[in-house]
Design a protein around this ligand. Structure first.
Ligand SMILES: Cc1cc2nc3c(=O)[nH]c(=O)nc-3n(C[C@H](O)[C@H](O)[C@H](O)COP(=O)(O)OP(=O)(O)OC[C@H]3O[C@@H](n4cnc5c(N)ncnc54)[C@H](O)[C@@H]3O)c2cc1C
Length: 425
């Protein structure tokens, strides 16, 4: 959505009864002004209004996260291992195939529901949040959008039932500059033979299916990049070292090693040489998920801090009686409110079929800033206790840090936003 587009019509989007969608021209007046994407609706509703189904869905996940995930969080963080029983329960609850249509065994839900699931999980544990996030917003999304009917029939029922997914783009030498990747795919008969290494792959330990990017022609630059559906069982595929991390410690982050890994031609996702488009467009959606994860992390820390402030007494009364502490809690709540509204708006835009790239980048950028500020303040409200591992808030702060790094660093989000608000200049 470049600022120079004079006018776009979204087409009919029945769910929202969109009448018109306008992107006002950025440089049509003297000087620049903030690009304005305006939806005209017959009766607009607040962003926090949910359908009955969405409320039930959210409340069920909230209850599950509080009752089943929370008791395991500390131990999973200490050990740096995600509880396998929990992943089974995620599948049983339908959390791993939220948007997969019912005929393929999924929940047939919307992107917005996937986002609610990530937020609610992350309120309790950001590692649980990212397991659900990668599965739904990256892997299932890529399959739904780019998979052939044959691939959808082959993989979607498994993704909804029992197979964890991972998304393998980054390498040791290519992070922000993702399309400088070196993993090579060479066609030999009916198979591609893949050689190279991937780094930092979330869900690497648990995943059975990897959406993995390699180049069929390094000389072609980004136009050689191709997405492959790589199964863990394929010959020549190994999961390597698991990283020992600052935060989201229970979420596995692994190296992948491909040594003459044979991948059938029928496992090319989308077209050969169009992997860059799959990577960019999937990550655009994924960023809303990371925004939801960070909004959830901030909420989780805020809830602990607000409760603690009412319990902890100094100078003979609860610290929440002091205006200084009240103001901190109010500031945190305000920032969380803004972060959530950005997440909900970007997700609703995506579901409505409206261009959302700028909003997704802003959401991830802002929510990760809010998460870091709020979790840091939560530690301060706990005082010295907050600095220890006996209390939950230091973990929220450690978990918040990743929001500014994965799925594009904050600088990369700013680069995208700058390009879009400045009309590509
Ligand atoms: C816990 C974790 C999980 C991850 N999960 C996955 C995953 O599942 N799949 C996957 O493919 N990847 C994953 N990643 C990788 C992640 O996406 C990259 O780490 C990230 O994109 C940054 O790349 P980099 O680490 O190589 O940093 P670099 O690209 O080297 O960046 C280093 C610094 O330089 C800045 N910088 C770089 N280029 C520019 C520029 N042009 N302008 C301004 N600043 C710039 C960056 O903003 C950053 O501050 C994960 C990473 C971590 C830590």
């Amino acid at each position: 959505m470049g600022g120079r587009d004079a006018c776009q019509t979204a087409g009919e989007t029945p769910a929202l009864q969109v009448l018109e969608f306008l992107v006002l021209p950025l440089f049509s007046l003297e000087g620049a002004f903030m690009p304005d994407a305006t939806l005209q609706l017959p009766s607009p509703t607040p962003l926090t209004s949910f359908t009955e189904d969405e409320i039930m869905f959210r409340d069920n996940i909230r209850q599950f996260a509080d009752e089943k995930v929370r008791p395991l969080v500390k131990e999973m963080d200490e050990k740096g291992v995600f509880d396998q029983g929990l992943i089974l329960q995620f599948f049983q609850l339908g959390l791993m195939g939220i948007e997969i249509p019912e005929p393929y065994g999924g929940g047939g839900g919307k992107f917005f529901e996937a986002i609610l699931a990530v937020e609610e999980m992350s309120r309790v544990d950001a590692s649980a949040g990212v397991v659900v996030d990668v599965q739904n917003t990256l892997v299932n999304n890529a399959l739904l959008r780019w998979g052939s009917e044959e691939q959808k029939k082959r993989f979607l029922p498994r993704m909804a039932a029992d197979t964890c997914g991972a998304y393998a783009l980054s390498e040791a030498g290519s992070g922000s500059d993702a399309f400088a990747l070196q993993t090579r795919a060479t066609l030999k008969g009916s198979d591609y033979v893949l050689n190279g290494r991937k780094l930092w792959i979330t869900n690497g330990k648990e995943a059975g299916l990897f959406v993995l990017f390699a180049t069929v022609d390094p000389a072609a630059g980004y136009k050689g990049i191709t997405a492959f559906l790589v199964e863990k069982s394929f010959p020549g595929f190994t999961v390597g070292k698991k990283e020992d991390k600052l935060g989201i410690r229970a979420s596995s982050t692994c190296e992948l090693i491909l040594e003459d890994c044979q991948v059938p031609k029928s496992n090319v996702l989308g077209e050969v040489g169009k992997g860059y488009k799959i990577a960019i467009e999937t990550l655009n959606e994924g960023r809303i998920g990371i925004g939801a994860q960070m909004a959830g992390v901030a909420r989780g820390a805020w809830e602990y801090a607000a409760r603690y402030a009412q319990e902890r007494k100094q100078f003979g009364k609860p610290i929440s009686d002091y205006q200084g502490v009240q103001f901190q809690i109010a500031q945190m709540a305000t920032e969380i409110e803004a972060a959530r509204l950005m997440v909900y708006n970007a997700a609703r835009m995506k579901d409505a079929g409206i261009p959302f790239v700028k909003e997704a980048a802003m959401t991830k950028l802002f929510c990760s800033q809010v998460a870091e500020r709020v979790t840091s303040l939560a530690i301060e409200i706990y005082g010295g206790y907050g600095f220890t591992k006996d209390y939950p808030v230091e973990k929220y702060w450690r978990d918040s840090k990743i929001g500014k790094i994965y799925e594009g660093t904050s600088n990369m989000q700013l680069a995208t936003i700058a390009k879009l608000v400045m009309g590509g200049k």
